[in-house]
Write a protein that binds this ligand. Sequence first.
Ligand code: PEP
Length: 233
Amino acid sequence: MLIAGNWKMYKGPAETAAFCEALRDQHVEGVDVVVCPPYVSLATAVQLLAGTEIGVAAQNVHWDEAGAYTGEVSAAMLRELGVYGTIVGHSERRQYFGETDETTARRARAALAAGLFVIACVGETEEERERGETDAVLRRQVAALGEADENLVVAYEPVWAIGTGKTATPELAQEAHALIKSLLDVPVLYGGSVKPDNAAELLAQPDVDGALVGGASLDFDSFTAICRAAARS
Ligand code: PEP
């Protein structure tokens, strides 16, 4: 069971320090906990969580080791900082920054090759679901990722459920997770408005191996409540 908090563009170093100082005293048996702060806060999180079992991951990574790519960060740089993994292909990257299946796969492969743990996001939009294209979209996005890897997990994040307060029903999540696992033999996290009050039933589904949590991961009490719900499921 893995619970990862995607902080998006929230929490600079000072807020990150306060959160990590509180988090470092928490140990939830049977649950791997990861936080994904913005780039500028990664060093603070790594420093404060050193010696704990809580992982620190980035929210994106470039596919080259170094180069003329303004605004980008390489896997080697993340490794140098002591960062353990990264998210790739988040729907906000796809929606606002032109990320595609191809760039997501390039980022994922480079990160894996550099020894990072990778959370690769897939998921259909509301329009795609309404047109009955969910299955085809997931097949395309998962196929683009390439082969399974022991450091790769997929996060199923239906775009219509991200930051909207709408959550996939446990049955719908289970159906999508089962499909993804039939295509790629890796753990699959659910993401999309996971909160303390809906985490348990989602995490109880047989093919739900954890959660990627956005909004609710910013609040210490709700994030740790989700981690405890994961421990019970
Ligand atoms: C996310 O950003 O990955 C996410 C799932 O966000 P939220 O939990 O806010 O829907």
